[in-house]
Write a protein that binds this ligand. Structure first.
Ligand SMILES: [Zn+2]
Ligand SMILES: [Zn+2]
Length: 482
């Protein structure tokens, strides 16, 4: 790393000392980039060449890259970690969870790419938007106490499976958990109808036919239905969603094959915005339509093909070729941030290269961007955003505890009052219609395994279930005010 500093000094021109200084900075991945000198920079060079200036103005003891608006506020209950289910997101505040952050390989630290954008409404259930749903990301949403029936509005950037692999897994269980209303999925068209989101969803459901039919012995309501909004991938800044003061726009990206998109969410009431580039090469449209966003999230790849081949074995040319037709290297992510000038630039969808390459990773971003920056990983990083401030933390993830999966309040339409009784939807495919009698006859007589006092006659025909929601909630220690 010492040698690295000497290398970089050749780039120091035109008094751009701040940026060069920042290039030599290091952070723990996932933390906001508080720059720090690398041991080994000589005092002389530090004094003469690296005169860091905080781009946001001097603030002794505040770091050389952090703005005044990087600070916690009272809605943040713990400044160092986020405890799921304990923080009510106030009105007009945004919270982003980086649920998953890698394309490949999945590791103990990184699931497949997904971001959950929450818009505060002063309750424990904010308005939610999911951007991509990569492998393993739903596990993290559940650990964050997001109730499965309330998962909805999923925006797919493109149809690489690292961006939607948890969708076929999630949707039947969402319905099973009481998500009785249709799921809404948004995504691009492709060159031909067979390459678009609608086609993928149709065949995903076909792939899940056995699963869906078997689950239809249970109440599913309309939960297995998926409403797909497929937009024209070529459209520039087209509107894919416009409801209750939230507009989501999209534009095409160059990602090896037609049909990749970027998104921008604008929350008009709060005046806050979020950009997710999805995958692709650094492009003019992302700089243009991402301009001035509060949070700008780019994908990113470290651009060290030679080092990557040492560590991972594939030939450098393969790394180069893959980056150069698919992806945005960290230098270019920094360049996009510089063009778009967000309040914070983030990189999600990156393969964490280990602590040994943290310094290089940040240095690449810093070659072009000296503003606020963080990696959206390792999983799960949390970003709170208000008009005045931004704060980043790690989520304290429970290893086993999931939220309640069915709550009568989640079965209501917005504004609807809790009724005296609620009847669960009728299952549509009883077991007799999908299972041979002989295989049921092979089941062991329950008398043989129940302790004598514990025998319970199995319920094997749908009994019809009517809930008393207040009693059901009271049993869980929850009192509902009407
Ligand atoms: Zn990807
Ligand atoms: Zn991709």
């Amino acid at each position: 790393m010492k040698k690295d500093n000497k290398e970089k000094s050749k780039n120091q021109k035109s008094g751009a000392s701040r940026r060069d200084f920042l290039k030599n900075s290091t952070i723990a991945a996932g933390a906001v980039a508080a720059a720090m000198t690398v041991p080994g920079v000589s005092a002389a060079s530090a004094e003469t060449e690296c005169q860091p200036t905080n781009p946001y103005g001097p603030r002794p003891g505040g770091g050389v890259s952090l703005p005044d608006y990087y600070k916690p506020w009272p809605a943040i209950k713990n400044n160092n970690f986020y405890i799921p289910g304990q923080e009510i997101l106030p009105k007009n505040e945004m919270r982003i969870f980086f649920l998953g952050s890698t394309p490949w390989p999945p590791t103990q630290l990184q699931s497949g790419t997904s971001m959950l954008v929450e818009l505060g409404n002063g309750t424990l259930q904010p308005r939610r938007f999911f951007f991509d749903m990569g492998n393993g990301s739903i596990r993290n949403a559940i650990a964050l106490q997001v109730p499965a029936p309330l998962i909805n509005d999923i925006f797919l950037s493109h149809l690489h499976s690292d961006h939607f692999a948890d969708l076929p897994y999630m949707y039947p269980f969402r319905a099973f958990s009481g998500g009785f209303t249709p799921l809404r999925v948004y995504g691009p068209s492709g060159r031909t109808p067979e390459l678009g989101t609608k086609h993928m969803i149709k065949h995903m459901k076909e792939m899940n036919r056995w699963h869906e039919e078997s689950f239809n012995v249970n109440p599913m309501g309309d939960g297995l239905e998926i409403e797909v909004t497929e937009f024209d991938w070529k459209e520039e800044n087209g509107i894919v969603y416009n409801k209750d003061g939230v507009v989501v726009r999209h534009w095409p990206r160059s990602h090896v094959k037609d049909g990749a998109s970027a998104y921008r969410l604008d929350w008009e009431d709060a005046g806050l915005s979020f950009v997710w580039t999805g995958d692709g090469r650094p492009d003019e449209l992302s700089a243009k339509y991402g301009k001035g966003a509060d949070v700008f999230v780019s994908e990113g790849t470290i651009d060290t093909p030679t080092l990557s081949s040492y560590k991972l074995g594939a030939p450098p040319e393969l790394w180069e070729y893959t980056i150069d037709i698919f992806h945005t290297m960290y230098y270019a992510a920094g360049y996009l941030f510089k063009q778009a000038q967000p309040r914070i630039g983030c990189i999600c969808h990156y393969e964490w290269s280990g602590a040994g390459l943290d310094a290089e990773s940040v240095a690449e971003v810093r070659s072009n961007w000296d503003g606020l920056f963080m990696f959206g990983g390792p999983d799960v990083q949390v970003l709170n955003v208000s008009k005045d401030a931004i704060w980043a933390r790690e989520a304290l993830m429970p290893e086993g505890a999931a939220p309640p999966s069915m709550d009568p309040r989640w079965l209501l339409k917005p504004g609807e009052k809790l009724p005296e009784t609620m009847t669960l939807p009728e299952p549509t495919l009883p077991r007799e219609k999908q299972q041979e009698q002989f295989v049921r006859d092979l089941e062991i007589d329950p008398h043989k395994y129940y302790p004598p006092g514990e025998y319970r006659k199995p319920i094997q025909k749908w009994p019809g279930i009517t809930l008393n929601p207040r009693e059901m909630l009271a049993a869980r220690g929850i009192k509902v005010d009407d």
